[in-house]
Ligand binder design. Structure first.
Ligand code: S3P
Length: 185
């Protein structure tokens, strides 16, 4: 199988499968996998829910921007998963674009509701009586940001191996179409 020539950055809503798909994709390509939420937790020495609770969302967003700005450069290929809110900041989008190809793992609000309906570890949905509805609202407010990704892959109804193949296929197709002057290889 061909290999993509740039890092792959997985973006999209919480529950869209970034970490699960990212892990398997990294294993298939023999690349490293980086999850910026895990970087933030390691640096802060506490979990994301606790960071939200004790320090608040603005502090978390600063930590997230720092983790993204500190990701290693283009010559080191890897799969990166970023938190669902990362694309809400322009500086994050710019930094991620410099690193690689942005792939939006798109799931419909119905599928998202199914996956997040019982979410306990998601601070943004924590106090919401109807988590599915809250997730759908959040998605609505973020959709335009996610759609700025280079590649959109809809994974509704896919199991993880199929989603991995769909991502690889879409990224390779995108790389073939990119103008030469834009290539890093
Ligand atoms: C968030 C998504 C989470 C995490 C934090 C905020 C968001 O990551 O960064 O709870 O704003 O959507 P995942 O998308 O990996 O769940």
């Amino acid at each position: 199988m061909d290999r993509p020539k740039r890092s792959i950055i997985l973006v999209g809503m919480m529950g869209c499968g970034k970490s699960t798909v990212g892990h398997l994709l990294a294993r298939r390509l023999g690349w490293r996998f980086v999850d910026t939420d895990a970087v933030i937790e390691a640096r802060a020495g506490r979990g994301i829910p606790e960071i939200f609770e004790r320090l608040g969302e603005p502090a978390f967003r600063e930590m997230e921007a720092e983790a993204i700005a500190g990701l290693p450069g283009e010559s080191r290929l890897r799969i990166v998963a970023v938190g669902g809110g990362a694309l809400m900041r322009d500086d994050n989008i710019e930094a991620l674009r410099r690193l690689g190809t942005l792939v939006y793992l798109k799931v419909t609000p119905v599928e998202l509701a199914r996956r997040l309906g019982a979410a306990r570890q998601r601070p943004l949905l924590a106090g919401e009586p109807d988590k599915a509805a809250a997730a759908a609202d959040l998605l609505e407010g973020r959709r335009a940001r996610y759609e700025q990704a280079d590649v959109v892959v809809c994974t509704d109804g896919f199991d993880v191996p199929r989603a991995v193949l769909a991502v690889l296929d879409a990224v390779l197709g995108y790389e073939r179409e990119r103008p030469d002057h834009d290539r890093i290889d």
